[in-house]
Ligand binder design. Structure first.
Ligand code: TXA
Ligand code: MG
Length: 367
């Protein structure tokens, strides 16, 4: 398939290019477009056939519902039952990296919402996205622009690599401002189904109500109950086996010093500067205290790590508070819940994954 590439200015979207992309949406085509969180792969949400193509191109399971994007409140209320109070709050909060799950009005076909009678709706805080939806005049169903299970696209170059030749249109614009997918909040139970940069505290401030956070929100292991269908699948994983280090920061260099196989490291600038390995094997996420930077750089790091050609990679862990909850949710999944806190734990992982001749890896005691 020939993919049309449209470079669109993030601050002053060119009208004629927006019109071309909007026409493609109206014709039932698939369009990759930027949002403030990650790039999305979108189609007319009212067109079941067009949306089926998204599932096919992504290799996404049919029971994993798509988020439907709107450009105004009227569009949102056409597809989801949002009560008066929440309508007022959302009118204030949106556009924002916050998706809400409500009962569907039935206007969006069931196949788009994974067979559920609920629908996830969001108004993205990105000019190109808003103008595209507005001009198309229909809600746009769009999951993150990545093949199923792989890290999400936060830059035009990621989307291009994943989908050139596979979709009708790719819009190239600025890198995603936030870098992690939107927070998904179930308005019926007030549970956070997926944490994002719009934090628990942001939700509670906006809605004046305590939000629920549980094992699903954290992305913890063994959570099979499909409250949010997307949470039960493997996710965000690079091809390089990724292990999360949860021990004391100061002990890491010692633990890794006996490793004889080629490994890569993803972590804060501080941790990177401590590790005595070549620059080409370290991916810096930003300074430890700038959690926004770390969130923004995370998916690019998970994509780039595969080009290092390492036998495995180690990623630093973070606290589960604030944006950290969203970062850790992605990292727990990206590392397939393989974590270690000391030398023995790392050796067990190397053995389990059959990495290198693990007998050669004389990992010294961390004490
Ligand atoms: O930031 C984002 O949300 C991006 C951009 C493109 O807007 N989109 C995105 O979509 O991340 P996706 O498909 O990758 O993630 C959608 C998540 C999944 O975990 C899915 O299970 C959940 O939202 N979801 C969608 N509809 C739902 C519903 N009716 N009930 C519960 N969870 C739902
Ligand atoms: Mg996704």
């Amino acid at each position: 398939m020939r993919t049309r590439i449209l470079r669109i200015d993030a601050d002053k979207p060119q009208k004629e290019k927006i019109a071309q992309a909007a026409t493609a949406i109206r014709k039932g085509k698939v369009v990759v477009f930027p949002t403030e969180t990650v790039y999305g792969i979108g189609a007319n949400a009212l067109d079941a056939r067009a949306c089926r193509e998204i599932f096919r191109v992504k290799g996404r399971e049919g029971d994993n519902p798509l988020i439907v994007h709107v450009s105004d409140m009227e569009m949102a209320c056409g597809i989801g039952r949002i009560d008066g109070r929440n309508r007022k709050i959302l009118a204030r909060v949106w556009p924002a990296p916050l998706t809400v799950v409500v009962k569907s009005t039935g206007k969006v076909p069931r196949s788009v919402t994974g067979g559920l009678d609920t629908i996830a709706i969001r108004m993205p805080d990105n000019k190109v996205a808003l103008e595209l939806i507005g001009k198309a005049g229909v809600p746009i169903a769009a999951p993150s622009a990545n093949p199923s299970k792989m890290p999400s696209s936060t830059a035009f170059r990621h989307a291009l690599r994943y989908f050139k030749g596979k979709v009708d249109v790719i819009i190239g614009s600025k890198d995603s401002r936030l870098g992690l997918e939107s927070t998904v909040l179930d308005l019926r139970t007030f549970a956070i189904l997926r944490p994002g940069v719009f934090t628990k505290r942001d939700i509670e401030t906006a809605f004046g109500r305590k939000a629920r956070v549980d094992a699903v929100t954290k992305g913890e292991k063994g959570v099979t109950k499909a409250i949010s269908p997307g949470t039960k699948y493997r996710h965000y994983a690079p091809s390089t086996p990724l292990f999360m280090y949860t021990g004391r920061k100061s002990a890491l260099t010692g633990i890794l010093s006996g490793i004889r196989t080629r490994y890569a490291f993803i972590g804060t600038d501080e941790a990177c500067s401590m590790l005595p390995i070549g620059k080409g094997r370290k991916i810096q996420l930003g300074r430890r205290r700038d959690m926004g930077d770390i969130a923004r750089n995370l998916f690019d790091a998970l994509i780039r790590v595969d080009s290092i050609g390492a036998d495995f990679a180690v990623v630093e862990s973070f606290s589960d508070s604030g944006i950290g909850l969203a970062i850790m949710n992605r990292l727990r999944k990206a590392s397939s819940h393989s974590g270690f806190s000391d030398a023995k734990g790392l050796l067990i992982l190397l053995k389990r994954y059959g990495i290198g001749a693990h007998e050669d890896n004389k990992v010294q005691s961390s004490h």
